[in-house]
Ligand binder design. Structure first.
Ligand code: SAJ
Length: 432
């Protein structure tokens, strides 16, 4: 039976390797489309929850899992031998940076080694983890060929960048267009046929390298533009201008402008990391990706810039950072999420701690802040800010009471212009 028939008859067992914030939504969509799906992960906690239809990802409800688990079409396992029973294997493993800010593709390698150990002719393998152009072709394909696969004949290999946007209530897996590049035309045909069953709009491109590069352009575009507005914020402060007013006014331009806002730095597992996969690849080709490296320098320096501004504000009140009581308002990497990965708050807190500040924080999404030797517990969301020398808004969660904060905190350093929602006099508020 050929792939198209298998797909039409839903006679396809899909195994998703890595059931995190990218893999789990795919598990749901393949199950919803009527396929047999198994989530395979080394994390027994996730596997045990998925196996009983319990979600552990904010954007996925347990109700969307349970019926498929009850029907026996949706399973979960920590046992890699499930790969031998897979018709399609989707790889959604992390691609972090290592200590020297270089790509760490070890999770892709481990996943590919497992696939190779259980390779059977006819399988379709799609890599979704964000990575540098060439990974699928130079790293993954040869490992599978060593196991006997003939790419495009006995194994269909593709790359499709994940476009999951945590907490996005408008765009989910099904209605976000999905780019797909095949290692060969046959590979593209099979993977497009499969993904078309779960994604409204599949966007084929000419190769796996092209598909890998598309994702890196998407996120490099964001990192560079965020770096630009962060530098504009520094320039405006030196010019005595309100950068938020400038950006809001520029954003009235109905064409040729896209609004980005300055902040305390670049957080999350995508934007600070993905562009460095691209600049690393180009360095290997003896080329310096100037914009990426410059944006990374500016974005990485924002926490330290914020601490300098905090020092100046306390100094104006005759206070040193050392011994001052500082309330950090919000520590997650962005509004209304609980994720702390690469959060700029980590650097802001560490720098203040090194200077001897007496630090507390409040974040309804993050109960405990742990970094190095530091361990802080979040104060209640209605903490009285008048007991502190300064309140620093690092993450502008919606549920904070900014009006109360403006009324009670002696000084507020607002890195997100979150206090714009508060009317009346705000002469104790200082913006990035
Ligand atoms: N940030 C700014 N200024 C901005 C936008 C973001 O300082 O104008 C900061 C955020 O506070 C955060 C970091 O940058 O610390 C990243 O924010 P993000 O809005 O880009 O959010 P992410 O990291 O969740 O990015 C994801 C990405 N999705 C994928 O990679 C599949 C990104 O491509 C999306 O564009 C982004 O969500 C989104 O639009 O929300």
């Amino acid at each position: 039976m050929n792939w198209n028939e298998k797909i039409q008859r839903k006679d396809v067992h899909v195994v998703v390797i890595g059931i995190g914030y990218v893999g789990l939504p795919l598990v749901v969509e393949f199950a919803r489309a009527g396929f047999r799906v198994t989530g395979y992960d080394l994390d027994k906690r996730k596997v045990d929850k998925l196996a009983v239809g319990e979600s552990y990802i904010e954007d996925i409800s347990s109700e969307s899992l349970r019926p498929h688990v009850a029907e026996g079409r949706l399973k979960a396992t920590t046992n890699e031998s499930v790969l031998a029973t897979a018709d399609a294997i989707i790889v959604c493993v992390p691609t972090p940076l290592n200590k020297t800010k270089e790509p760490d593709v070890s999770f892709i390698v481990s996943a590919t080694e497992a696939i190779a150990r259980h390779y059977k002719p006819g399988q379709c393998v799609v890599l979704e983890s964000t990575t540098y152009p060439g990974t699928t072709r130079e790293l993954v394909a040869p490992m599978l060929e060593k196991a006997g696969a003939k790419i495009g004949e006995t194994l269909f290999l593709a790359f499709s960048p994940e476009r999951v946007d945590p907490a996005n209530k408008v765009y989910g897996t099904r209605n976000t267009p999905k780019v797909l590049g095949g290692a060969t035309p046959n590979c593209l045909e099979v993977s497009v046929a499969l993904y078309s069953k779960i994604i409204d709009k599949v966007v084929p491109v000419s190769s796996t390298d092209a598909a890998e590069m598309v994702k890196l352009l998407e996120n490099t575009f964001r990192a560079v533009n965020i770096g630009l507005v962060n530098e504009v914020a520094i320039m405006c402060h030196k010019l005595g201008l309100d950068v938020w007013e400038i950006i809001d006014a520029a954003a009235t331009k109905p064409f040729g402008f896209m609004k980005f806002t300055p902040g305390p730095g670049l957080g999350g597992h995508c934007i600070p990391i993905d562009p460095l996969y691209l600049s690393w690849k180009l360095r290997a080709l003896k080329y310096t990706a100037e914009f990426i490296e410059l944006a990374d320098d500016i974005n990485s320096a924002m926490p330290s810039y914020c601490v300098t501004r905090i020092a100046d504000l306390l100094n104006d009140k005759g206070k040193a950072i050392k011994g001052s009581k500082v309330l950090i308002v919000g520590v997650a990497y962005k509004r209304d999420v609980s994720d702390m990965r690469e959060s700029p708050a980590i650097d802001v807190v560490e720098l203040l701690h090194k200077k001897g500040a007496d630090i507390s924080f409040v974040d309804p999404y993050v109960p405990v802040f742990e970094e190095g030797t530091m361990r802080l517990e979040s104060l209640p969301i209605d903490t009285d800010a008048s007991k502190f020398d300064i309140a620093v808004i690092v993450t502008d969660h919606t549920e904070f009471d900014y009006a109360k904060l403006v009324k009670t905190a002696p000084i507020i350093f607002d890195t997100r212009n979150a206090t714009r929602v508060v009317g009346g006099s705000k002469d104790n508020v200082y913006l990035l």
